[in-house]
Design a protein. Structure first.
Length: 255
């Protein structure tokens, strides 16, 4: 599987619209059965840890929309006891929010102890190396995009967040994609436009900026922005949690 061009959202073979339709009706038990059925279709397309995390982030978005309790999801998958169920629990353990992540990770551990087979990418879930980070925005300070890079082996990817300061610093859009030449193109765009600013920042600074943006909430406007923010909500929070914290006594620069 390959990423879309770096200036486009990372595409996944089962999009959040399909997941919403799968989860949109029925009892919690029926919805859990539906997602496990969907897992059998999706898994052949998942070939890397990042693919798995994006799949998990889509599932989290649909579960949030359907208001399914974390314990219900984890228990249903564990009862299923299939390789698909274990894979789903692993990705939810990696990117799931508090409650769901812990429940899923514990259930996955119990299934794995029974000798159920797992995909090769599962061992790497949730453990990318942190790379360079930068910010790019308009000189007036109305918007900025904070980009964080990560790497699984030789494969690097970015998580880029558009922050709208006219909306109190809330998150307007989220992209995840292959790193490729994103940094070089961002530098070039900034150099070509005096109305834009560019700055390399530390991972600690990026973490602080992301915590402020997450606390400010979400403000997507266009349908694509709404979809991106919903489906990438979980992986964004997981990646921010992997950034190192700011040293005490050293406040972040800028906003």
């Amino acid at each position: 599987m390959s990423a879309d061009p770096p200036d486009e959202p990372f595409a996944f073979p089962v999009d959040d619209v399909e997941l919403e339709s799968v989860f949109g009706a029925g009892s919690p038990a029926e919805i859990c059965a539906a997602v496990l059925t969907e897992a059998r279709i999706v898994l052949p397309e998942v070939v890397t840890a990042l693919d798995g995390e994006l799949w998990g982030s889509d599932i989290v978005a649909a579960l949030r929309s359907a208001r399914i309790p974390a314990a219900t999801v984890a228990a249903a998958a564990e009862r299923s006891g299939t390789p698909e169920a274990l894979a789903m629990l692993r990705v939810l353990g990696a990117v799931g929010p508090a409650g769901l992540g812990e429940e899923a990770a514990a259930a996955a551990g119990r299934l794995a102890a029974q000798g159920i087979s797992e995909p090769g990418w599962a061992a790497a879930l949730g453990s990318p190396a942190v790379g360079e980070c930068w910010r790019y925005g308009d000189a007036l300070g109305a918007h900025e995009a904070v980009t964080m890079s990560f790497r699984y082996g030789r494969e690097a990817h970015v998580v880029s967040v558009l922050i709208d300061y006219a909306e109190g610093g809330a998150i307007r859009d989220i992209w995840v994609g292959a790193m490729a030449d994103v940094l070089a193109r961002t530098r070039a765009l900034s150099a070509a436009d005096p109305g834009m600013t560019f700055e390399m920042i530390t991972p600690q600074d990026a973490r602080a900026r992301m915590h402020r943006a997450i606390a400010a909430g979400e403000c997507p406007r266009q349908p694509e922005e709404i979809s991106n923010v919903a489906s990438r909500w979980a992986i964004l929070r997981a990646r921010v949690g992997q950034l190192p914290a700011q040293a005490r006594g050293r406040p972040p620069r800028g906003r």
